[in-house]
Design a protein around this ligand. Structure first.
Ligand code: NAD
Ligand code: LMR
Length: 328
């Protein structure tokens, strides 16, 4: 039997954690033949709740679950970890903007980055879900000088899936027949869902995007503000859809993206598309052999350029803010 993959999940007793752990344990993230050992990190006050979740995981008798350990110390939780899902953070409440969360959450991701640096397996791959995800990934990476920055990613897959669902609903095209969508920039209301390089069934995305009233009045704001709309409706931030997106991000990273398509992920910029180096920004990406590659050479018109620049400017200002707080 294959050696189990160590998967650390922070915020394991939270609502995303509850929607995520059972699917990871069932083999939906790394494949049905890959055993996983879960390492759950929580704050001391939530360890008991995590223990309850671990009891339920036991009770599922998953063939792919090799064990569950619970920690309240990041140093121990990241020992030997191959895949780290950094979910634990303070979620945004009604009326709060992500900038309000920078300071509250920045302090969590520095120590976790250091613990990953010092204790994780040499092939560690990190997905940051906790908001503000892009800048939290930047902070964690800054504290892990021995881990290549490419291994720290931020979750944009939920935004990508939201965009797919909106285009599908608008055009009546099954999501499986929509390709080439991109989310650019930050996981925030400034993000830019780009339809111009997509193919929707047999139709170029640019043709769907030609209805500018729908594009600018419905599509872009619906996708970009979906997180807030869900908070408003549920009284809590998205959980099952976020967990699903985390599974898909890691699955594609480990096993590769669909032939002929790309997805969106927050990855470190090396200056692609004019995004300042070092920012963790969303790009069109493919994955093969366990590495993300930014899809290069897409033509960006003025309409898209303006929107990408605005979201990237927000990322740059978040970086300045955390630099000012001494977090990077
Ligand atoms: P939640 O409040 O239900 O759970 C968060 C959990 O994290 C809690 O159990 C808490 O005890 C734990 N936690 C807090 N600090 C911790 C630390 N230092 N170490 C370990 N655990 C810690 O929140 P949730 O709904 O599960 O959301 C988690 C995060 O994910 C939030 O920041 C939310 O905004 C974010 N989110 C991101 C996306 C995305 O697309 N990137 C989507 C949805 C939610
Ligand atoms: C989401 O996109 O659903 C989450 O990031 C929650 C939020 O704060 O928007």
């Amino acid at each position: 039997m294959t050696e189990p993959v160590n998967v650390t999940v922070t915020g394991a007793a939270g609502q995303i954690g509850y929607a995520l752990l059972f699917r990871i344990a069932a083999g939906e993230m790394l494949g049905p033949d890959v055993p996983v050992r879960l390492r759950l990190l929580e704050i001391p006050a939530a360890v008991k709740a995590a223990e309850g979740t671990a009891m339920e995981l036991d009770d599922c008798a998953f063939g792919t679950l090799a064990g569950v350990d619970i920690f309240d110390d990041p140093v121990k939780a990241f020992e030997g970890t191959n895949v780290a899902l950094l979910v634990g953070a303070r979620p945004r409440g009604p009326g709060m903007e992500r900038a309000d969360l920078l300071e509250a959450n920045g302090g969590i991701f520095g120590p976790q980055g250091r613990a990953i640096n010092d204790g994780a397996a040499s092939d560690v791959r990190v997905l940051v879900v906790g908001n503000p995800a892009n800048t939290n990934a930047l902070i964690a990476s800054a504290h892990a000088p021995d881990v290549p920055p490419e291994r720290f990613t931020a979750m944009m897959r939920l935004d990508h899936n939201r965009a797919l669902a909106q285009v599908s609903a608008r055009t009546g095209t099954p999501v499986s027949r929509i390709s080439g969508l991109t989310i650019w920039g930050n996981h925030s209301s400034t993000q830019y869902p780009d339809l111009f390089h997509a193919t929707v069934g047999d139709v170029p995305g640019a043709e769907v995007a030609a209805d500018t009233e729908w594009l600018t009045g419905t599509f872009i704001p619906t996708v970009a503000k979906r997180g807030a709309a869900i908070i408003e409706a549920r009284g809590a931030s998205s959980a099952a859809s976020a967990a699903n997106a985390a599974i898909e991000h890691v699955r594609d990273w480990a096993l590769g993206t669909r032939e002929g398509d790309w997805t969106s992920a927050g990855v470190v910029s090396r200056g692609e598309y004019g995004v300042p180096e070092g920012l963790v920004s969303s790009f069109p990406v493919t994955s093969a052999g366990g590495d993300w590659q930014i899809v290069e050479g897409l033509e960006i018109d003025e309409f898209s350029r303006e929107r990408i620049d605005a979201s990237v400017a927000e990322l740059a200002s978040e970086r300045e803010a955390v630099q000012g707080l001494g977090l990077v």
